[in-house]
Each structure stands twice: as C-alpha cells, then as structure tokens.
Design a protein around this ligand. Sequence first.
Ligand code: NAD
Length: 352
Amino acid sequence: MQDFVFHMRMPRVVFGAGSLQHVKREVEAIGAERAVVLSTPGQAALAARVVELLGQHAAGVFAGAAMHVPIETVHAAEDVVQRVDANCLVAVGGGSITGLAKALALDSGIPIIAIPTTYAGSEMTTVYGLTEGGLKRTGRDAAVLPRCVIYDPELSLGLPFATSVVSAINAIAHAAEGLYAPDGNPVVDLFADQGIRKCAAALPRLQAEPRDVAARGDALVGAWMCGVVMGSVSVGLHHKLCHTLGGSFGLPHAELHTVVLPQALAYNAAAAPEAMRAIAAALGAESAPAGVFDLAARHGAATSLKAIGMNESDLDRAAELAMQGQYPNPRPLERGPLRELLQRAWEGVRPS
Ligand code: NAD
C-alpha cells in the first residue's frame, strides 16, 4: 500500500465526432472574444476552418508553428497576439502547436483552448518547453494548462498510420511511467490502465482502416487519459532518455518513444513488478517490455536507435548524459546497466 496525495487539475473536456463546431461556444464560455488561431503551415486549412467557425471572435491567425517551439517562432506569434490584443489562444494541431500556445501563455496568462489532432497528450499537462540557442528548456507552470480541450476524432482521420502508431505509443509511455511514479495514486492508475488499453486496442483497427472514426475516438480518449497521467505525476527514466537522445543527438521525438519504452521498462521491471503486471494486462501481453516492443513491431514502427539514425559511437556519451541530474525512477541509475540498455535499444533487441 502506497501513501498518496490526490490533487488533479484538469481542463474542461469536450469530446465527440464533429465537436470542433463548438469552438465558438467554448471561447465565449471562458469570457473571451478575440481569439488567435495557431497551427503549423501543414494544417493551415484546418486553422482557416476554425477561423470561419469562430466568426466575429476570430481576431487573427498564426500558421507558422514549428517543432520544439523555437523562440523565434514564439516571438513571431507574439507579434500577432499583441497586434490584435488577443484574449484567447486556440491551438489546433499536434504537440508542437500546444507547445507554442503554452509558450505564449507562460508570460501573458492568455487562456488556451486546445484542439489536439495527435495523441501526444500535452494539452493535459502543465509542462512547457522552449528551444533557444539550440537548447530546449522545460518547466511546469499552471498558467500553461489549457482551460478547455476539444477532442474531435474526425480531425485525426488523415493522420498517417505510421504517425498514429508512434504517437499512440508516446501516449502509452506517459501512462506506463505513471504506473511506477513515486507520487502516483489509485485514480492515476485507473487512467493509466484505461489509457494504455484504449491506445493499444485502437492500433490494429486503424491499421485495417485509418479512417475508422470509432477507432480514432478510442485512440483519442486513450491519449486524453494518458495525458492526464503525465499531467498528474512525475515521469522517470524513459522520458529522461527520450529528452536526452532527442535533444543531444537530433533524433525524432515520437519514434524515440517506440524504441526506448520497451528497454526502459525492461530496466525497471524487477523494481516495479506491480506496474509491469498492470501494463502487460492492459496490452494483453505476457510481459510489459516485450508487449510494447511487439506492439511497435507489429504496426511497422521502428524498434532500434540504429534505424532512426543514431550512431553507435554516440552511445557512451548518451549514457553519460542520462546519468546527469536526478529524477525519480524505481531502479537506481547505474552507468553500466544504462549503457547496456542503450546498446540493446541501438540494436533493437526484443526484451526477453
Ligand atoms: P507534432 O505536433 O510535431 O506533429 C507531427 C506532424 O504531424 C506535424 O507535421 C503536424 O503538422 C502533423 N499532424 C498533426 N496532426 C495531424 C493530422 N491530424 N493529420 C495530418 N497531419 C497531422 O508532433 P506530436 O507528436 O503531436 O507532438 C510532439 C511534441 O509535443 C514534441 O515537441 C514533444 O516534446 C511535445 N510534447 C509535450 C508534452 C508536454 O506535456 N509538454 C507532452 C507530449 C509531447
């Protein structure tokens, strides 16, 4: 039995196929009337649709968001926000867009309405990140938590299947680490269990039919639940490794999750047996690490660092970096075993 403190802060959630139509109502519900719509260039058409739905409440649009929230992009978006004196940010897109909205809200306190189109889960957390001079700094601040999240499964119908797989496993990683977090609680465990179940079960259905709106809905509900977990408790070795490898070796964020999660779980398995049983059960697998590995492999995702462009000669430095800074993890961090973990991740060895 674990002692715990329960305190959850969650945005209002509006879920449903076609729920994008409620965006104007939700802007009005938070007492705002001048919204700036944020998107990437690739989703500018969707941003234009949001502008149309907002009618007189659409004050501006910034469709220049980029990955990892570069400070230059934040300044460019800030210009638009200030010029129109916006009192609401409507962020439509993946984690990169939510990240931009969070960076804007951090200093200004302008409320965010998030409309996620991937399974990254950032909309449920107070975690923000900003890249300046090649370095990504992250932190937590209540000001960046969206006031409302609109989950519309129709908006992810066109998310390529390969992106859907890595994004769903990104979500599963939040929940898996939540299950062994030292600040966990029984409610978070429920969200983690259901989140993993829904994301994992949606993948074979999406493989058969990527435009299956019910499967998209399940994946999105799962992503919401996994995001709640990450927003409520601390994360451990897996997230630290992904952050280190992504930041220092320029590896793709989402693919890293599919490669690293099985190996991070294998590293922690003996130190967190209850969490492993829960993850395995939610995946319908015999073991948590092998279950995640098979889920990724079955759906065509990368399972090795080699396949996503990492040089073997960088593994020693990666192990050094992963040892820096303390963070909660069920098994203490030891350089030798961590180096072995990275070797297996590089080779893509299925955890036994
Ligand atoms: P992303 O937002 O960069 O999107 C990936 C690509 O998919 C982009 O090119 C985007 O335009 C496209 N895309 C998005 N939705 C689409 C759709 N429905 N149809 C077609 N294309 C679509 O990637 P992501 O995986 O959503 O988010 C990753 C980022 O989020 C990372 O920077 C990560 O650090 C951050 N993140 C932050 C938190 C947090 O709590 N702060 C949590 C998870 C992830």
